[in-house]
Design a protein around this ligand. Structure first.
Ligand SMILES: Nc1nc2c(ncn2[C@@H]2O[C@H](COP(=O)(O)OP(=O)(O)OP(=O)(O)O)[C@@H](O)[C@H]2O)c(=O)[nH]1
Ligand SMILES: [Mg+2]
Length: 358
C-alpha cells in the first residue's frame, strides 16, 4: 500500500465525482444536484476502512456559472485543509467522455484548480502531478482513447500541464439517474492508489471572474487543437496504410521469389531424377544384353561340348568297333592258329590303351 494521502475529486457538475468516490471508498458521497444545494463550501473528508490512513473528499462542479463561486470556495477549502494538516494530495479530475473529445469546460476546470496550487518547493504543479478519470464511456474505441490520452499527455495552449495518468471507465446502466448507487469499477482502486501524491504549500482562491472569456478562448484553442490532431491522425493513418501496402507488396514479392526458387529447385531435382532413371535404364538394358550374351555363349558352349562329346563318342564307337574288329580278327587268327594264351589277358591290355573315355 502507498503512503496515505488525501484523495480529492474535482470536475464539472454531473461528471460523476460523488458516484465514483462512493464506489472507490465504500463510503457514501451524496450524488445528484441536491448534494450541493445552498451554500456549497460545506465540505467534509471521509475516511475508509478499505484504505487506512486515506481521506476522501468530494467537491462541487466548478463550471456551473450560477454556483461557480461557491464551488471554487469549496475546492479551495478542501485543498487548504490538506495543506494545514500537512497531508499529500492525490488530485483527480472526473471528465465525462464525449466521443473522444474533451470539451473546453472540463479543461478550464483543470487549469483553474491546478493554477491555484503552489507546491512545497515553491513551484506550480508539474506534468503528471494529477490524474484524469474519463467517465461514462459509451464505447471503448481504441482511436478515441488514444486521442484523449494524447490530448492529455502533450503540453498545449489548452493544457499547459499534461499528465499520463488517465483511466477510462464505462458508462454503467445501473448507475444511470440513480443517486447513491454503487458499482465495482475494474482497476479504479489500483489507479487511485498508484497515482502520485503531491505536497501542497499553498492554495490561492480560484477566480471565477473572467470565466466566460477564458472559456471562449479555450474553446477556440480546443477546436484548433482538435482539428490539428485530426489532420495529424489522418496523415498518420494514410502513412500507415501506405506502409502496410508497401510491406504487403514486399512480402508478395519475396513470396513470389521464394516460389520461383523452389520451383527451379524442384525442376532441377526432377531432371536429376530423370537422368538417374535414364542411367539406370541404360545400365539395366546393358546388363540384359550381357545376360543374353552370356546365355548365348552358354548355349554355344553347351552345343560345342555336346558336339564334341558326340564326336568323341562317335570316334570311341569307331575305335571300339575297329578294336573289336581287330580283336576279333586277332582272335580269329589265334583261334585258327590255336594259340595257348588266355583271352582275358588280351582284352585287358587292349582296353588299357583306349583314350580316357568312361
Ligand atoms: N450511467 C451512468 N451514470 C452515472 C455514472 N456515474 C454517475 N452517473 C450518474 O450521473 C449523475 C451525476 O453523478 P454524480 O456522481 O452526482 O456527479 P457529480 O460529478 O458528483 O455531480 P455534482 O456533484 O453535481 O458536481 C447521477 O445521476 C449518477 O447516477 C456511470 O458510470 N454511468
Ligand atoms: Mg457530486
Amino acid at each position: 500500500m502507498t503512503t496515505p494521502a488525501d484523495v480529492i475529486f474535482c470536475g464539472n457538475p454531473g461528471a460523476g465525482k460523488s458516484t465514483l468516490l462512493s464506489c472507490v471508498s465504500g463510503r457514501q458521497f451524496r450524488s445528484g444536484e441536491s448534494a450541493w444545494c445552498g451554500f456549497c463550501s460545506d465540505f467534509q473528508f471521509q475516511e475508509s476502512c478499505r484504505f487506512p490512513g486515506y481521506r476522501f473528499a468530494d467537491t462541487p462542479g466548478l463550471a456551473d456559472c450560477k454556483s461557480a463561486e461557491n464551488a471554487a470556495k469549496a475546492i479551495t477549502q478542501t485543498l487548504m485543509d490538506a495543506v494545514r494538516k500537512g497531508r499529500a494530495v492525490k488530485l483527480f479530475f472526473v471528465v465525462p467522455s464525449e466521443g473522444g473529445r474533451i470539451t473546453a469546460e472540463h479543461l478550464l476546470t483543470i487549469r483553474k484548480v491546478l493554477g491555484c496550487i503552489t507546491l512545497v518547493d515553491g513551484t506550480s504543479p508539474s506534468a503528471n502531478s494529477y490524474a484524469v478519470i474519463i467517465n461514462k464511456c459509451d464505447t471503448a474505441l481504441p482511436e478515441h482513447q488514444a486521442r484523449v490520452r494524447e490530448g492529455f499527455a502533450v503540453r498545449s495552449p489548452s493544457l499547459p500541464i499534461p499528465t499520463c495518468h488517465v483511466i477510462f471507465l464505462p458508462r454503467v446502466g445501473a448507475l444511470s439517474g440513480k443517486d447513491n448507487a454503487s458499482h465495482h469499477f475494474e482497476g479504479l482502486q489500483d489507479f487511485v492508489l498508484n497515482v502520485p501524491a503531491v505536497a501542497l504549500a499553498n492554495v490561492a482562491e480560484i477566480s471565477c471572474q473572467s470565466t466566460v472569456e477564458e472559456l471562449k478562448q479555450l474553446q477556440q484553442n480546443v477546436s484548433l487543437a482538435f482539428d490539428e490532431q485530426a489532420a495529424r491522425h489522418e496523415a498518420e493513418k494514410r502513412r500507415w496504410e501506405q506502409d502496410a501496402r508497401d510491406v504487403e507488396s514486399a512480402l508478395r514479392e519475396a513470396y513470389l521469389i521464394q516460389l520461383r526458387q523452389e520451383g527451379e529447385a524442384a525442376t532441377c531435382q526432377l531432371q536429376q531424377l530423370r537422368g538417374y532413371l535414364a542411367s539406370q535404364t541404360e545400365e539395366g538394358s546393358h546388363l540384359e544384353m550381357q545376360l543374353a550374351e552370356q546365355q548365348r555363349m552358354q548355349e554355344l558352349t553347351k552345343q560345342v561340348r555336346e558336339d564334341h562329346l558326340r564326336d568323341l563318342r562317335r570316334q570311341q564307337r569307331m575305335k571300339e568297333r575297329d578294336w573289336r574288329r581287330s580283336i576279333q580278327e586277332h582272335w580269329d587268327r589265334e583261334t585258327l592258329l590255336e594259340s595257348d594264351r588266355p583271352v582275358e589277358v588280351l582284352t585287358f591290355s587292349a582296353k588299357a590303351t583306349l583314350p580316357g573315355i568312361a
